[in-house]
Design a binder for this molecule. Structure first.
Ligand SMILES: Cc1cc2nc3c(=O)[nH]c(=O)nc-3n(C[C@H](O)[C@H](O)[C@H](O)COP(=O)(O)O)c2cc1C
Length: 354
């Protein structure tokens, strides 16, 4: 089952394994560098059905760090086009490439993980962050600026423009980053959204901005272009998004033409109590799958191909996304195919490896 094909809108994926989006913090003003070339080329010939490119900011202030990728000007676009062409050159024809479009909101202007992962200090060229409400992520983090209505319009326009650039560049699929404590998650969660206007308060109001942006992107894209979102199944906090809110949000997304969801969790509070362990988010995908008809992807500590196969057999999710296991072993899919006794195409140059 893991190696059976699946369709997202009109896009046929050769198997149900996705490389999860992974920030590389190696760009220069949003522009991809040689690091991205090697990273995406090596994942390109991994034989995963879908390779997701990292969270890519739709405007400068939406970058997490100075080194995040962006798709907000022609320089960025040219670098993406070149890198994607190189990655596609070494990939099986059947491997699709998607991009995750993002805005970090109050979690922007931070150091890279290996530099501390805190808000940038005064001598590190910080920028003013923005959010639904002026509430810092944690003590010592930047206090974000409240987003006025005209700012929301600007962000919406920037999402649409970046999505159109992504199509031009040659991506096969677009994913909107709706979780991990970034801007749309900040709107959805009553922990970070204390607005008194139509974008805050009730769940209907908190969903409004993410849904408006999603809808604008949907309308701007070519018909049937595969479009999905990564969402929060739970915030692991009694005051935050829980499974019931996640179901309602998913159903609203489905109504406006969302093709698939990847169900993740957490990220909007500094120290959530997460029962981390193998497959710790699969139950979240399952509950969304049971309540909607979209393609549902699960993620989180999936490393064993036999168990990954069982997720699909048991109809807990339609696809699995894998992040860190691909960093350890970019040939994870080749090994999984061997374990599950499946023949897959590998580059002929490497075909004699066994
Ligand atoms: C280096 C790294 C970068 C990541 N960057 C992103 C990202 O850009 N967007 C995103 O939604 N998740 C990101 N994540 C989270 C992963 O996509 C994934 O959800 C998480 O690592 C759990 O999956 P795993 O246990 O297979 O690693 C990142 C994770 C890692 C390890």
């Amino acid at each position: 089952m893991l190696f059976s094909p699946i369709k997202i809108a009109d896009l046929k994926l050769s198997n149900r394994i996705a490389v999860a989006p992974m920030c590389q913090y190696s760009a220069v003003d949003g522009v991809m560098t040689d690091w991205h070339t090697q990273h995406l080329m090596q994942l390109g010939y991994s034989a995963a059905g879908l390779v997701m490119v990292e969270a890519t900011a739709v405007e400068r202030v939406g970058r997490i760090t100075h080194h995040c990728t962006g798709l907000y000007n022609d320089f960025c676009e040219i670098s993406f086009k070149k890198t994607l062409e190189q990655a596609k050159f070494v990939s099986p024809k059947s491997t699709a490439f998607g991009i995750q479009l993002a805005h970090a909101g109050r979690k922007a202007s931070t150091q890279r993980p290996w530099e501390g992962r805190k808000s940038l200090t005064e001598n590190q060229n910080p920028w003013r962050t923005v959010a639904p409400s002026s509430i810092a992520f944690e003590d010592g983090w930047h206090i974000p600026e409240y987003l006025a209505k005209e700012d929301l319009e600007r962000i919406k326009k920037n999402f649409v423009e970046s999505a159109l650039r992504a199509v031009k560049v040659g991506f096969d699929l677009i994913e909107i980053h709706g979780t991990h404590g970034y801007l749309f998650h900040q709107f959805l969660s009553s922990i970070s959204n204390h607005r008194a206007d139509e974008y805050g308060g009730s769940l209907e109001n908190r969903m409004r901005f993410p849904l408006e942006v999603f809808n604008s992107i949907r309308e701007a894209l070519p018909i049937n272009f595969p479009l999905g979102m990564r969402i929060t199944g739970t915030e692991w906090d009694k005051d935050g998004i829980d499974e019931s809110e996640a179901i309602i949000f998913s159903k609203e997304l489905e109504k406006i033409g969302c093709d698939y969801l990847c169900v993740s969790s957490g990220g909007n509070t500094p120290n959530p109590q997460i029962p981390i362990g193998p497959h710790y988010q699969v139950h979240l995908a399952k509950i969304i799958k049971q309540n909607t008809s979209m393609v549902i992807r699960t993620v989180g500590m999936i490393t064993d191909p036999i168990k990954a196969n069982e997720i699909i057999i048991n109809e807990e999710a339609d696809m699995v996304a894998i992040a860190r296991a691909f960093l350890t072993n970019p040939r994870w899919v080749w090994d999984a195919a061997k374990t599950l006794n499946i023949n897959i195409d590998v580059p002929p140059q490497y075909a004699r490896r066994f």
